[in-house]
Design a protein around this ligand. Sequence first.
Ligand code: GAL
Length: 507
Amino acid sequence: MASLLLSLLLAGSSAEAASYNGLAITPQMGWDNWNAFACDVDAELLASSARSIVDLGLRDLGYEYVILDDCWSIGRNTSGNGSIIADLTKFPNGMAAVSEDVHSLGLKFGMYSDAGQYTCGQYEGSLGHEEVDAQTFANWGVDYLKYDNCYNNGNAGTQYLSRNRYNTMSQALNATGRPVLYSLCNWGEDYPWNWGTTIANSWRISGDVYDSFDRPDPRCPCDGPDAWDCGLPGFHCSTLNIINKAAFIPSKAQSGGWNDLDMLTVGLGGQTDAEYVTLFSMWCAVKSPLIMGNDFSKISNSTLSILTNAAAIAVNQDPLYSSAARRWYYDTSDVDAYGRGSIQMWSGALNSTTDTEWDDMVVVLINGNNSPSTLNATLADIFVDYGTGGTAAEIGISWEVRDLWAYRLTDEESQALIDAANATTASGSGASVEAWSNNSTMALYNATATSYADGLEAKDELLLGKVVSTVAPSGTLTASIDTHGAAMFRLRAVPTTTPAARKRTDL
Ligand code: GAL
């Protein structure tokens, strides 16, 4: 049997909670306005979105950061220390008031700036103003900084240049004494996974995500299973494009410093439900930050039931802090309108309970074919990090197969929760999840009350998923999967009972 240490070494994972600033021990979760609203932001949008995050039960699932993206300033003071000025037409009571509102709901407040002269929307950037801006953010009560890469005046092109430019803000944030989660947004340029860990909590690995499963776009080059070394990160990167890029760097994800696959597109409307399930499953399995990007005033029941899937989130927040890795990928002839057809399998170690010495395992099978398909994964492939050529002891035992999407809210339950939240907003009573759960046959996990780590140790079914089958020793896991959909399972070792000694009369 592989010892925990051996498996960790082989899987390239980190067993220890570690972080240069103590934050993002597990991947950060929250909401950012960019995907749904771009520059159309104001205090009211942030307040109403924060309210929805609470009323829909999302805060208590762990989505704690409310992040204001680009387009919030109107320049700098020309006298004094040159501090940056918030746009008072959009934020009439100032930014500290926005931050207070968010905090009063038990949430944290994030902001955006840029390691360049201007932001990508051509607002004031922080390059050369790091200390004063970091202090301003701290004074406003900011808990999170997303830090972009536009207009960097050529201070990029080598890891050294990019690292030093981003480190200046890292140091400035540290110097304020306020804990500020630091999220790099340099689109994977200059390999931030090599130098981000000691100065930041996460780093984007690609150009901007685009709300399509696999549509190729020349503005996001390097679009294929072998594309990792991308000199031009671009934008309009599809779900599969980003998953392909993530395949090369799972070992760079570790406690305190995560590969960021970009904000969730779930709920934007450009992909099917099955495609969004694939996206959410994979963002969870590779330990990407989970930053929602939808418009809460229009949230659909299927969007909510994806975002509230605690069994998938528990994989993301797992206390072993280890990213799943891709074990195989094949192009197929069952192609869609973009000429694309593929299948792939990912697996990765998860923390188990203290009463067993076997790790749990997450398995994600992605059906990129243009029709529903049945996919298979052998234990030998799933556990390849524990021993090649079929040598892993894990192959010799039986595994319980738990479907991590089985307890997804039904459309009716999810819609009832949306209705309860809307009623709460109208009455201002603030008890929507409680009201909903009193009338509901399904439950929502509350990670504020019981952390994911504690819930997993207590074997909470909502986190472990539903047992759907068993894989015998040397066996194969099989799943029927919708077009462009994914199956996501947790494998847990079936407890082995030592056979009782036989009586003489039995012999
Ligand atoms: C991009 C960034 C996006 C968004 C946008 C704002 O560079 O990747 O996530 O922040 O800038 O202008």
